[in-house]
Design a protein around this ligand. Structure first.
Ligand code: HSE
Length: 323
Protein backbone atom coordinates (compact mmCIF):
# COMPACT_ATOMS: atom_id res chain seq x y z
CA UNK A 1 0.00 0.00 0.00
CA UNK A 2 1.42 3.41 -0.88
CA UNK A 3 0.74 6.70 0.83
CA UNK A 4 -0.06 9.86 -1.12
CA UNK A 5 2.34 12.65 -0.23
CA UNK A 6 1.14 16.15 -1.09
CA UNK A 7 3.92 18.28 -2.53
CA UNK A 8 3.93 22.02 -3.20
CA UNK A 9 6.58 23.03 -5.72
CA UNK A 10 7.85 26.60 -5.51
CA UNK A 11 9.59 27.40 -8.79
CA UNK A 12 9.52 25.55 -12.07
CA UNK A 13 12.85 26.34 -13.69
CA UNK A 14 15.66 23.93 -14.55
CA UNK A 15 15.52 22.00 -11.26
CA UNK A 16 11.74 22.16 -10.81
CA UNK A 17 11.10 20.76 -14.28
CA UNK A 18 13.77 18.13 -13.71
CA UNK A 19 12.02 17.13 -10.49
CA UNK A 20 8.67 16.71 -12.26
CA UNK A 21 10.29 14.60 -14.99
CA UNK A 22 12.22 12.44 -12.55
CA UNK A 23 9.18 11.96 -10.34
CA UNK A 24 7.19 10.53 -13.24
CA UNK A 25 10.06 8.26 -14.26
CA UNK A 26 10.62 6.99 -10.73
CA UNK A 27 7.02 6.87 -9.50
CA UNK A 28 6.56 3.10 -9.92
CA UNK A 29 9.75 2.48 -7.94
CA UNK A 30 8.80 5.03 -5.27
CA UNK A 31 5.50 3.22 -4.78
CA UNK A 32 7.07 -0.24 -4.80
CA UNK A 33 10.22 0.40 -2.86
CA UNK A 34 9.37 3.32 -0.58
CA UNK A 35 5.60 3.04 -0.32
CA UNK A 36 5.04 6.66 -1.29
CA UNK A 37 3.14 8.25 -4.14
CA UNK A 38 4.01 11.99 -4.25
CA UNK A 39 1.31 14.21 -5.71
CA UNK A 40 2.26 17.71 -6.81
CA UNK A 41 -0.74 19.72 -5.66
CA UNK A 42 0.46 23.26 -6.49
CA UNK A 43 3.26 24.75 -8.58
CA UNK A 44 4.36 28.36 -8.13
CA UNK A 45 5.61 29.90 -11.38
CA UNK A 46 6.82 33.40 -12.19
CA UNK A 47 4.88 33.80 -15.43
CA UNK A 48 1.45 32.33 -16.23
CA UNK A 49 1.06 30.19 -19.36
CA UNK A 50 0.73 26.60 -20.43
CA UNK A 51 3.56 24.17 -19.72
CA UNK A 52 4.01 20.81 -21.35
CA UNK A 53 2.80 17.95 -19.21
CA UNK A 54 1.64 20.18 -16.33
CA UNK A 55 -2.01 20.38 -15.30
CA UNK A 56 -2.89 24.11 -15.54
CA UNK A 57 -5.19 23.70 -12.52
CA UNK A 58 -2.21 23.22 -10.17
CA UNK A 59 -0.25 26.22 -11.46
CA UNK A 60 -0.33 29.56 -9.64
CA UNK A 61 1.61 32.81 -9.78
CA UNK A 62 0.65 33.72 -6.21
CA UNK A 63 3.28 32.83 -3.58
CA UNK A 64 0.66 32.99 -0.82
CA UNK A 65 -1.76 30.75 -2.69
CA UNK A 66 1.06 28.25 -3.18
CA UNK A 67 2.40 28.24 0.38
CA UNK A 68 -1.05 28.08 1.92
CA UNK A 69 -2.10 25.06 -0.13
CA UNK A 70 -2.45 22.11 2.26
CA UNK A 71 0.62 19.90 1.70
CA UNK A 72 3.00 17.51 3.41
CA UNK A 73 6.19 18.90 1.87
CA UNK A 74 7.21 22.22 0.38
CA UNK A 75 9.92 22.11 -2.28
CA UNK A 76 11.62 25.47 -2.64
CA UNK A 77 13.34 25.48 -6.03
CA UNK A 78 12.77 29.12 -6.97
CA UNK A 79 16.01 30.61 -5.66
CA UNK A 80 16.51 34.16 -4.44
CA UNK A 81 16.65 35.35 -0.86
CA UNK A 82 13.63 37.41 0.01
CA UNK A 83 10.47 35.63 -1.19
CA UNK A 84 12.00 32.17 -0.98
CA UNK A 85 13.21 32.84 2.58
CA UNK A 86 9.82 34.18 3.66
CA UNK A 87 8.00 31.15 2.22
CA UNK A 88 10.40 28.65 3.79
CA UNK A 89 10.06 30.30 7.20
CA UNK A 90 6.26 30.36 6.88
CA UNK A 91 6.26 26.61 6.19
CA UNK A 92 8.73 25.73 8.95
CA UNK A 93 6.91 27.86 11.55
CA UNK A 94 3.85 25.69 11.12
CA UNK A 95 5.96 22.54 11.32
CA UNK A 96 5.79 21.73 7.63
CA UNK A 97 8.69 19.88 5.98
CA UNK A 98 10.85 21.81 3.53
CA UNK A 99 13.28 20.68 0.85
CA UNK A 100 15.34 23.44 -0.73
CA UNK A 101 18.14 23.90 -3.24
CA UNK A 102 18.72 27.51 -2.21
CA UNK A 103 22.48 27.93 -1.72
CA UNK A 104 22.41 31.68 -1.29
CA UNK A 105 19.83 31.47 1.47
CA UNK A 106 21.50 28.55 3.27
CA UNK A 107 24.93 30.18 3.11
CA UNK A 108 23.60 33.04 5.23
CA UNK A 109 20.67 31.54 7.16
CA UNK A 110 21.34 27.80 7.55
CA UNK A 111 21.76 27.99 11.35
CA UNK A 112 18.57 29.97 11.82
CA UNK A 113 16.52 27.75 9.49
CA UNK A 114 17.90 24.55 11.01
CA UNK A 115 17.08 25.83 14.53
CA UNK A 116 13.55 26.75 13.43
CA UNK A 117 13.02 23.36 11.79
CA UNK A 118 14.28 21.55 14.86
CA UNK A 119 12.13 23.64 17.23
CA UNK A 120 9.04 22.87 15.17
CA UNK A 121 9.92 19.24 14.52
CA UNK A 122 10.03 19.85 10.76
CA UNK A 123 12.29 18.15 8.24
CA UNK A 124 14.68 20.49 6.39
CA UNK A 125 16.50 18.90 3.44
CA UNK A 126 19.06 20.64 1.27
CA UNK A 127 21.07 17.94 -0.51
CA UNK A 128 20.33 19.69 -3.83
CA UNK A 129 21.96 22.94 -2.71
CA UNK A 130 25.52 21.68 -3.14
CA UNK A 131 27.07 19.68 -6.00
CA UNK A 132 23.84 18.59 -7.73
CA UNK A 133 23.84 14.80 -8.04
CA UNK A 134 26.86 14.29 -5.75
CA UNK A 135 25.57 13.29 -2.28
CA UNK A 136 27.98 15.47 -0.34
CA UNK A 137 25.55 16.82 2.27
CA UNK A 138 24.49 13.41 3.57
CA UNK A 139 28.04 12.12 3.35
CA UNK A 140 29.33 14.90 5.60
CA UNK A 141 26.36 14.99 7.94
CA UNK A 142 25.66 11.28 8.33
CA UNK A 143 28.31 9.00 6.88
CA UNK A 144 31.24 11.00 8.27
CA UNK A 145 29.61 11.98 11.56
CA UNK A 146 32.31 10.03 13.38
CA UNK A 147 35.25 11.73 11.66
CA UNK A 148 37.16 14.90 12.58
CA UNK A 149 37.47 16.58 9.21
CA UNK A 150 40.62 18.56 8.61
CA UNK A 151 39.97 20.08 5.19
CA UNK A 152 37.70 20.14 2.16
CA UNK A 153 38.98 20.85 -1.32
CA UNK A 154 36.67 20.80 -4.30
CA UNK A 155 35.40 21.81 -7.66
CA UNK A 156 31.88 22.76 -6.59
CA UNK A 157 30.69 24.91 -9.47
CA UNK A 158 29.70 23.00 -12.59
CA UNK A 159 29.51 26.07 -14.79
CA UNK A 160 33.14 27.09 -14.19
CA UNK A 161 34.36 23.54 -14.75
CA UNK A 162 32.30 23.32 -17.92
CA UNK A 163 33.72 26.65 -19.16
CA UNK A 164 37.34 25.73 -18.39
CA UNK A 165 37.17 22.23 -19.89
CA UNK A 166 35.40 23.58 -22.98
CA UNK A 167 38.12 26.17 -23.39
CA UNK A 168 40.63 23.31 -23.30
CA UNK A 169 38.89 22.03 -26.43
CA UNK A 170 39.14 25.38 -28.19
CA UNK A 171 36.04 27.40 -27.21
CA UNK A 172 36.44 31.05 -26.32
CA UNK A 173 35.41 32.18 -22.83
CA UNK A 174 32.28 33.91 -24.18
CA UNK A 175 31.21 30.87 -26.23
CA UNK A 176 31.74 28.59 -23.26
CA UNK A 177 29.67 30.80 -20.91
CA UNK A 178 26.87 30.88 -23.47
CA UNK A 179 26.94 27.09 -23.84
CA UNK A 180 26.82 26.63 -20.04
CA UNK A 181 23.72 28.82 -19.94
CA UNK A 182 22.06 26.86 -22.73
CA UNK A 183 22.71 23.57 -20.90
CA UNK A 184 20.98 24.94 -17.79
CA UNK A 185 24.14 24.77 -15.66
CA UNK A 186 24.63 28.49 -15.06
CA UNK A 187 22.77 30.55 -12.49
CA UNK A 188 20.09 32.97 -13.75
CA UNK A 189 22.87 35.54 -13.33
CA UNK A 190 26.03 33.68 -14.48
CA UNK A 191 28.26 36.23 -12.77
CA UNK A 192 27.37 34.29 -9.58
CA UNK A 193 29.21 31.31 -11.08
CA UNK A 194 32.23 32.95 -12.69
CA UNK A 195 32.89 35.36 -9.81
CA UNK A 196 33.28 32.46 -7.38
CA UNK A 197 30.27 33.57 -5.32
CA UNK A 198 28.30 30.36 -5.98
CA UNK A 199 31.27 28.18 -5.01
CA UNK A 200 31.90 30.29 -1.89
CA UNK A 201 28.26 29.83 -0.83
CA UNK A 202 28.52 26.06 -1.33
CA UNK A 203 31.81 25.78 0.57
CA UNK A 204 30.26 27.81 3.39
CA UNK A 205 27.36 25.35 3.59
CA UNK A 206 29.73 22.36 3.54
CA UNK A 207 32.01 23.91 6.17
CA UNK A 208 29.12 24.31 8.54
CA UNK A 209 28.47 20.56 8.27
CA UNK A 210 32.11 19.48 8.28
CA UNK A 211 33.66 21.56 11.04
CA UNK A 212 32.74 22.49 14.56
CA UNK A 213 34.36 25.90 14.38
CA UNK A 214 33.12 29.24 13.01
CA UNK A 215 34.05 30.46 9.54
CA UNK A 216 36.53 33.30 10.04
CA UNK A 217 37.02 34.45 6.47
CA UNK A 218 35.74 33.81 2.96
CA UNK A 219 37.95 34.95 0.07
CA UNK A 220 37.11 34.55 -3.57
CA UNK A 221 38.34 35.57 -6.97
CA UNK A 222 36.74 34.95 -10.36
CA UNK A 223 37.65 33.19 -13.58
CA UNK A 224 36.41 36.02 -15.83
CA UNK A 225 39.83 36.98 -17.09
CA UNK A 226 41.00 33.54 -18.18
CA UNK A 227 41.96 33.22 -21.86
CA UNK A 228 42.37 30.27 -24.22
CA UNK A 229 46.08 31.05 -24.23
CA UNK A 230 46.24 30.67 -20.40
CA UNK A 231 44.37 27.37 -20.59
CA UNK A 232 46.62 26.04 -23.35
CA UNK A 233 49.87 27.17 -21.69
CA UNK A 234 48.90 25.51 -18.39
CA UNK A 235 48.07 22.27 -20.19
CA UNK A 236 51.33 22.37 -22.10
CA UNK A 237 53.07 22.33 -18.71
CA UNK A 238 51.19 19.17 -17.62
CA UNK A 239 48.67 20.99 -15.41
CA UNK A 240 45.12 22.29 -15.80
CA UNK A 241 43.26 25.41 -14.68
CA UNK A 242 40.32 24.75 -12.39
CA UNK A 243 38.14 26.82 -10.10
CA UNK A 244 39.03 25.28 -6.75
CA UNK A 245 37.30 25.91 -3.43
CA UNK A 246 39.09 25.10 -0.17
CA UNK A 247 37.97 25.11 3.45
CA UNK A 248 40.57 24.51 6.12
CA UNK A 249 41.30 25.12 9.75
CA UNK A 250 43.21 28.32 10.64
CA UNK A 251 43.79 29.99 13.99
CA UNK A 252 40.41 30.55 15.60
CA UNK A 253 38.24 28.93 12.98
CA UNK A 254 37.80 28.01 9.34
CA UNK A 255 39.01 29.80 6.26
CA UNK A 256 37.19 29.40 2.92
CA UNK A 257 38.82 30.40 -0.35
CA UNK A 258 37.74 30.11 -3.97
CA UNK A 259 39.84 30.91 -7.01
CA UNK A 260 41.36 29.85 -10.30
CA UNK A 261 44.20 27.43 -9.57
CA UNK A 262 46.69 25.54 -11.66
CA UNK A 263 46.62 21.91 -10.52
CA UNK A 264 48.69 18.97 -11.67
CA UNK A 265 47.13 16.80 -14.38
CA UNK A 266 47.28 13.86 -11.94
CA UNK A 267 45.33 15.69 -9.19
CA UNK A 268 41.96 13.97 -8.46
CA UNK A 269 40.09 17.15 -9.43
CA UNK A 270 41.96 17.53 -12.74
CA UNK A 271 40.04 14.80 -14.53
CA UNK A 272 36.60 16.28 -13.85
CA UNK A 273 35.03 17.09 -17.18
CA UNK A 274 32.23 19.46 -18.16
CA UNK A 275 29.76 20.16 -15.37
CA UNK A 276 31.23 17.50 -13.08
CA UNK A 277 32.02 18.39 -9.49
CA UNK A 278 34.34 16.72 -7.01
CA UNK A 279 35.16 17.13 -3.34
CA UNK A 280 38.19 15.75 -1.53
CA UNK A 281 37.39 15.28 2.14
CA UNK A 282 40.38 14.85 4.44
CA UNK A 283 39.84 13.50 7.92
CA UNK A 284 41.79 11.94 10.74
CA UNK A 285 40.34 8.44 10.61
CA UNK A 286 39.69 8.25 6.87
CA UNK A 287 42.66 9.89 5.20
CA UNK A 288 41.30 11.10 1.91
CA UNK A 289 37.84 10.50 0.46
CA UNK A 290 36.91 11.76 -3.00
CA UNK A 291 33.34 12.15 -4.23
CA UNK A 292 32.78 13.07 -7.87
CA UNK A 293 29.81 13.26 -10.22
CA UNK A 294 27.46 15.57 -12.06
CA UNK A 295 27.36 18.78 -10.10
CA UNK A 296 24.85 20.80 -12.09
CA UNK A 297 21.94 20.33 -14.44
CA UNK A 298 18.31 19.45 -14.30
CA UNK A 299 18.13 15.72 -13.54
CA UNK A 300 21.24 15.30 -11.36
CA UNK A 301 20.06 18.13 -9.11
CA UNK A 302 16.49 16.81 -9.17
CA UNK A 303 17.81 13.44 -7.96
CA UNK A 304 19.02 15.15 -4.78
CA UNK A 305 15.63 16.82 -4.31
CA UNK A 306 13.84 13.50 -4.73
CA UNK A 307 16.19 11.81 -2.26
CA UNK A 308 15.24 14.45 0.31
CA UNK A 309 11.54 13.92 -0.41
CA UNK A 310 11.99 10.19 0.22
CA UNK A 311 14.02 10.83 3.39
CA UNK A 312 11.35 13.24 4.60
CA UNK A 313 8.60 10.69 3.96
CA UNK A 314 10.62 8.11 5.91
CA UNK A 315 11.02 10.47 8.87
CA UNK A 316 7.33 11.31 8.89
CA UNK A 317 6.55 7.61 8.90
CA UNK A 318 9.03 7.04 11.73
CA UNK A 319 7.47 9.80 13.75
CA UNK A 320 4.01 8.38 13.17
CA UNK A 321 5.21 4.92 14.19
CA UNK A 322 6.76 6.38 17.34
CA UNK A 323 3.70 8.44 18.22
N1 HSE B 1 25.19 27.17 -11.28
C1 HSE B 1 25.48 26.06 -10.46
C2 HSE B 1 26.73 25.38 -10.97
C3 HSE B 1 24.32 25.13 -10.46
O1 HSE B 1 27.10 25.64 -12.10
O2 HSE B 1 27.36 24.62 -10.25
C4 HSE B 1 24.45 23.98 -9.49
O3 HSE B 1 24.50 24.44 -8.17
Amino acid sequence: VSRALRVVLLGCGTVGRGFLELLERERPRLIRRHGIDPQVVRILVRRPGLRDGIDPAVVTTSPLDAIDTPADIVLELMGGLHTAGALIRRALVRGQSVVTANKALLATAADELAALASKKGAFLGFEAAVCGGVPIIRTLRDSLAGVSITSLEGVVNGTCNYILTRMERGSSYVEAVQAARECGFAEADPSMDVSGEDAAQKMTILSRLAFDEPIRRVERSGIERVTRADVAATRAGGSVLRQVAVAQRVAGGISVSVGLRSISGTHPLARLDGEENGVIIRGEAIGELVLTGRGAGSLPTASAVLADVIACAGEREGRKAAA
